[in-house]
Write a new protein. Structure first.
Length: 269
């Protein structure tokens, strides 16, 4: 009789699917309309407090958004028109150690690491991987499957699929992208202006405007990456003073006699 009960419970667990096979990886802390979790043949509409499980594919509509808090305090935002799969989590229901692994398939995301060792985090994308080294970042996977990354804090390593070519993103507001077979450091958002700056604002929705997010999912410095005036370095031409004090001698030590002009300094009198 005991063997029958044990066998029946095992069969029930198999029929119930991944949600019983693994403990919940995270919890939906904030949900806007049109957000679903697909796991195998089952689809459920997400609501605040819903469990997020290994194997879930999170899908959002044009106005959808999901803020997910994981048990190690990792924070993940899935923005509108986005798809993301929870591939693995740090602690499985059977007690074995896993990795924090997600596959960002398309759309807009914000990711902030928690307390787990940084090598345990893996972000997969259609064209490569993002290695996390203590990090807050914005990620946009465009319709061609190219991920664009901007650092809000910390450091990450972007690599091609084969991990044969990797580049560091190690500065605040640094932007990179993973082209097929070719990760690229684009530059710092503070140095990008004009139409390219406008494009970054479209890519990195939450750095541009954090108002749709609950306070715990906001990042203090991210707004400045896209709204601080670009720093333009001016190289003085021959015979000009640029931004340093003029070298000409006016015969007067009075500082007020030195005029900062682009064509040299003019002495009074």
């Amino acid at each position: 009789m005991r063997k029958f009960i044990v066998g029946a419970l095992a069969a029930l667990a198999l029929l119930a699917g991944p949600s019983l096979a693994f403990a919940a990886a995270g919890t939906a802390k904030g949900v806007d309309p049109a957000a679903d979790a697909v796991n195998g043949a089952a689809t459920r509409t997400l609501s605040v407090g819903a469990d997020i499980n290994i194997g879930d594919i999170i899908k959002t509509g044009p106005k959808g958004q999901v803020e997910i808090l994981f048990s190690d305090n990792t924070k993940l935002v899935v923005g509108p028109n986005s798809n993301l799969e929870i591939q693995d989590y740090l602690i499985r229901a059977n007690g074995s150690a896993g990795k924090f692994a997600v596959d960002m398939l398309a759309g807009t995301f914000r990711f902030v690491t928690g307390t787990a060792p940084k090598p345990d985090y893996i972000i997969n994308t259609p064209t490569g991987t993002i290695g996390v080294r203590g990090t807050a970042m914005e990620i946009y996977v465009d319709p061609q499957g190219i991920p664009h990354i901007m650092m809000d804090d910390g450091r990450s390593i972007i690599c091609d699929k084969a991990q044969k070519l990797c580049k560091d993103l190690a500065a605040l507001c640094e932007v990179g992208q993973i082209n097929p077979h070719d990760p690229v450091v684009v530059g710092n958002a503070n140095d990008i202006s004009g139409e390219d700056r406008d494009l970054l604002k479209q890519y990195f929705k939450y750095a541009n405007d954090q108002s749709p997010l609950d306070p715990e999912f906001r990042i203090p410095n991210s707004y400045e990456c896209l709204h601080k005036p670009p720093e333009i370095n001016v190289t003085p031409s021959a015979g000009t003073t640029g931004f340093s004090s003029p070298s000409c001698d006016c015969g007067d030590s009075d500082f007020q006699s030195l005029q900062f002009e682009t064509e040299g300094c003019n002495c009074p009198g």
